[in-house]
Write a protein that binds this ligand. Sequence first.
Ligand SMILES: [Zn+2]
Length: 62
Amino acid sequence: MKMVLLGTGDAAGCPKMGCWCPACRDARKGGKSRRMRFSVLVHNEGKVALIDVSPDIRWQLI
Ligand SMILES: [Zn+2]
């Protein structure tokens, strides 16, 4: 079995709407602070399952 973590952000991701802290400012500029919301992709014996799918899943799968 192989698990792939898609995104490493918290429930809101980064940048957060309306937040102007240094991390969110860096994320808006495309810096390393940009984090998508968390999803998990599981591969097992030729089958694939998505677990805890976040609203960012479209970008994570692209
Ligand atoms: Zn912030």
